[in-house]
Design a protein around this ligand. Structure first.
Ligand code: NAP
Length: 287
């Protein structure tokens, strides 16, 4: 039986509609729109596109967006100073530093410099620490949050399911494993030193692939009836975007699967907007 294709674009569009309504309510209540500041400190063209798309998406739901573009040779201290200025600015609700940054910067120091209440990427140790303790009251990383919303949109109840996460990055693998555990899944996290990836994948009722290697997961590895969330974004030699999972074979065995593109990607931006709304509401209303 062919798998249900989880349409990330449609789920993201619904979420953006809900956010737009809530932003309008907030504006009616406090008279000012949430404000997201995106900092671009590299000359990577892909990052420039991501930043532009985030700004556009914010404006579409009524969130104000400001972009700070710094030259790639900006000194470490100058970027930290900008973050401190944004932290102190009462009119800024969310700060996102587009990663990766050029090598003169210390990414960890930049993340730690952010005010956790404005850390809409959810990467600050306070937000990550709360999440790993089972407390989701902080800001939650956007892509992992999007993965969970996609699983829920497919009607899957995670309690008691065996979830296998491929990847242990602080951006995706670790936080998504925390979110799955918080929803009572039994979680296995795999990484580059995992001995038998095919065997681990074969035990997954829910599979989250976040590795960054084109179609590393073969369709034949996937358990019949599994839910497959493919986070990977890879550009193959022909210039086509592919995921970490070999889609056609996996779709023959899975009950539900996300495509690449059009799966997790659109959810990441929608969840960034949601985090900005949450940060603004907490800062401006709930204080
Ligand atoms: P990352 O920081 O490079 O982490 C990759 C993870 O995969 C690491 O934990 C690594 O293990 C593991 N890994 C590498 N090779 C492996 C192998 N052969 N077998 C098992 N595990 C292996 O990447 P990331 O930031 O988490 O991103 C992962 C992918 O998701 C990338 O393709 C990225 O572009 C994509 N992504 C998509 C979105 C979206 O919105 N759709 C958002 C973020 C990321 P070690 O820890 O042992 O090195």
């Amino acid at each position: 039986m062919a798998a249900q294709i989880i349409d990330g674009k449609a789920v993201a569009q619904r979420l953006r509609g809900e956010i737009k309504t809530k932003v309008a309510d907030l504006v009616a209540h406090i008279g000012v729109a949430p404000h997201l500041v995106v900092v671009l400190a590299s000359d990577d063209p892909a990052s420039a596109v991501y930043v532009r798309n985030k700004g556009k998406a914010a404006e579409e739901v009524g969130i104000r967006s400001t972009q700070h573009t710094l030259p790639a040779n900006t000194e470490k201290a100058a970027l930290l100073e900008l973050i401190q200025k944004l932290n102190a600015d009462p009119d800024v609700d969310g700060i996102l530093v587009q990663l990766p940054v050029p090598k003169q910067h210390d990414t960890e120091a930049l993340i730690r410099a952010l005010d956790p209440a404005k850390d809409v990427d959810g990467l600050h140790p306070l937000n990550a620490g709360l999440l790993s303790r089972g407390d989701e009251s902080g800001l939650i990383p956007c892509t992992p949050k999007g993965c969970i919303k996609l699983i829920e949109s497919a009607g899957v109840d995670l309690a008691g399911k065996h979830a296998v996460v491929l990847g242990r990055s602080r951006l995706v693998g670790r936080p998504v494993a925390d979110l799955l555990l918080n929803r009572n899944a039994t979680v296995t996290t795999c990484h580059s030193r995992t001995k038998d990836l095919a065997q681990e994948v074969g035990r997954a009722d829910v599979l989250i692939a976040a590795i960054g290697k084109e179609e590393l997961v073969k369709g034949s590895w996937v358990k019949f009836g599994a839910t497959v969330i493919d986070v990977g974004i890879n550009r193959n030699p022909a210039g086509k975007l592919t995921g970490d999972v070999a889609f056609p074979g996996a779709a023959e065995r899975a009950a539900a699967i996300t495509p690449v593109p059009g799966g997790v990607g659109p959810m990441t931006i929608a969840c960034l907007l949601e985090n900005t709304l949450i940060a603004a509401t907490r800062r401006r209303v709930m204080r």
